[in-house]
Design a binder for this molecule. Structure first.
Ligand SMILES: [Zn+2]
Length: 180
């Protein structure tokens, strides 16, 4: 893919209409943004596919990451996978826990699966409002031992401590390689 810059000519207006992220200067269709050419010959429209910031997820994307901080009504996650693809850019998102009634929704260093809901004021917001979303790996808060789910709670197999998390249906069965 050749990168085009704002103002670059991408097609002739005799052949193509100006589509997404382009403009027509009376002679040519030109790009408004940094991206790549996306020509639709059947509809005779010339578009630009915007270059994405690598590793930055869009609303609707499913991410997996490690909990970096837990605050009273939200937690922050360092994103490691976007739609199943590893990212090394260390982008963070936050997830509100306001509507989740659990003793510990999640703990620092837990691995969680979330859905991105929005970008707001430079912050990426995520949610865990689906049975497939939530904590997929965690450990006992008392002894650091392994835990097993018992109905909707978790129990430490080392010290028998009983605790709560907002568990994902995938708890203990992550569908990705162990995170480094
Ligand atoms: Zn324990």
């Amino acid at each position: 893919m050749t990168l085009v810059l704002p103002g670059d000519r991408i097609a002739s207006i005799e052949e193509y209409e100006a589509g997404r992220d382009t403009f027509d200067d009376g002679d040519a269709v030109r790009s408004l943004v940094v991206g790549s050419r996306d020509i639709d010959p059947s509809n005779r429209v010339a578009n630009i596919e915007r270059s994405k910031k690598i590793g930055v997820p869009d609303p609707g994307d499913i991410i997996v990451g490690t909990v970096a901080a837990v605050m009273s009504v939200m937690f922050a996650v360092t994103i490691q996978y976007v739609n199943g693809k590893r990212t090394k850019s260390s982008v963070e998102c936050i997830c509100s826990t306001r509507n989740i009634r659990k003793k510990n929704v999640t703990l620092v260093n837990d691995v969680v699966e979330l859905r991105i809901v929005s970008h707001l004021n430079g912050t990426i917001h995520a949610a865990m409002d689906d049975p497939s979303l939530g904590v997929i790996l965690t450990r006992c808060v008392k002894c650091g031992g392994s835990v097993v789910p018992v109905r909707d709670i978790i129990k430490c197999i080392e010290c028998s401590w009983i605790d709560e998390r907002k568990l994902s249906r995938k708890f203990g069965k992550p569908d990705f390689p162990v995170l480094g």
